[in-house]
Design a protein around this ligand. Structure first.
Ligand code: DAH
Length: 339
């Protein structure tokens, strides 16, 4: 036994490994259940009682020698992998890729930015809204079809509650709690019970705008929205207003911008008209001011509301609304800011 131990110790001292596989083979050879060291321990039973103390120490020396060898070779191999195996150069600049903002967030932030430059604040309201804020205070007659089950997601347990169908509800919340002068925009998510298609979705985003003060006129509305359209699209953008109807504004209008794709020449985006509709607007109906405890004899105001999806589609020529909700990185990656 003594000879074997001496032989093994020599072999261990001389051993070196080029890779982890060789080291593992070495470990198995000496330390596995059927390896050389356990075999010697098994033979230990045969050793004469007077030699046991010395032989026991020698055996333990052998075992420790194998274990230490394995640990030191493993350390060597690990550091070798770090410097050569992976070819990592820790001095290289970071290669990690940046994520990108969602196109709807990019456009929403841009809209906020444009209006904040002319003194508009940002306000928000709840997505689950009551009838008063979503409809009644906004001058919707009792029998108005927008209250119908077809458009609105009602909350089953409480017929007074629904998912807001537009961000105009935030106007009401702002006016209820503060007196003019008011200048605010309200971006947010809205919900309508519509079949999902390339042009419609049951969830989408709007930005509402509200300006109430003494002497606010339709001219202020036009000039504010002209500034907005030119900042958002280009300085050559033209706007036009078409008469329309909303319960909460009187008079009401829809605003078109000259097509930013063809510059008004006519193309398939603007259906060869040169114009695309981007928002609804009007002078706040006195009934709405009164419902929110604002003196309609003293104050007037304008309001407008636009869909963020629609504007993003126009700005980036996206032709299917569903792309905004699928979060396919091949789509989203295209909106990376230039580095
Ligand atoms: N709330 C309207 C909608 O969802 C959009 C709108 C139109 C908002 C006219 C307004 C407005 O503030 O004055 O279709």
């Amino acid at each position: 036994m003594e000879e074997k131990i001496a032989l093994y110790l020599k072999e261990i001292a001389a051993f070196s490994a080029d890779n982890l596989e060789q080291l593992e083979a070495f470990r198995i050879k000496f330390l596995s259940k059927k390896g050389l060291v356990p075999a010697l321990f098994a033979d230990f039973k045969e050793v004469a009682p007077e030699d046991r103390k010395v032989m026991g120490q020698r055996l333990n020396e052998l075992k420790t020698a194998v274990q230490e060898k394995i640990v030191s070779l493993k350390d060597q191999l690990d550091s070798k992998v770090e410097t050569t195996g992976n070819k990592q150069d820790v001095t290289l600049p970071s290669q990690s890729t940046l994520g990108s903002r969602h196109p709807l967030s990019i456009v929403r932030n841009e809209i906020i930015d444009i209006f904040s430059r002319i003194g508009f604040t940002v306000s928000e309201g709840p997505e689950i809204e009551d009838d008063f804020h979503n409809f009644t205070a906004l001058n919707f007659p009792e029998e108005h079809p927008a209250r119908d089950m077809q458009d609105t997601f009602f909350i089953e347990k409480d017929p007074d509650l629904a998912l807001r169908t537009h961000t105009s509800s935030v106007q009401v919340r702002v006016m209820e709690h503060s007196q003019p002068p008011l200048r605010t925009i309200s971006p947010g998510r809205v919900f309508r019970n519509e079949a999902i298609s390339a042009r419609a979705h049951c969830i989408f985003h709007q930005v509402e705008g509200l300006y109430v003060d003494e002497g606010v006129s339709f001219t202020d509305l036009k000039q504010t929205l002209l500034y907005f359209a030119r900042e958002l699209f280009s300085e050559n953008t033209k706007i036009r207003f078409r008469p329309s109807y909303f319960p909460f504004t009187e008079p009401s209008a829809e605003m078109d911008v000259s097509c930013n794709i063809c510059g008004g020449e006519g193309c398939n985006i603007c259906k060869y008209t040169g114009w695309v509709e981007i928002l609804g607007c009007g002078m706040v109906d006195p009934n709405v001011l009164e419902a929110c405890n604002i003196d309609s004899k003293k104050y007037t105001g304008f309001a407008f509301g636009m869909g963020i999806e629609r504007i993003t589609m126009l700005k980036y020529q996206v032709n299917d609304l569903r792309l905004f909700f699928e979060n396919d990185v091949r789509f989203l990656n295209q909106f990376k800011p230039a580095r």
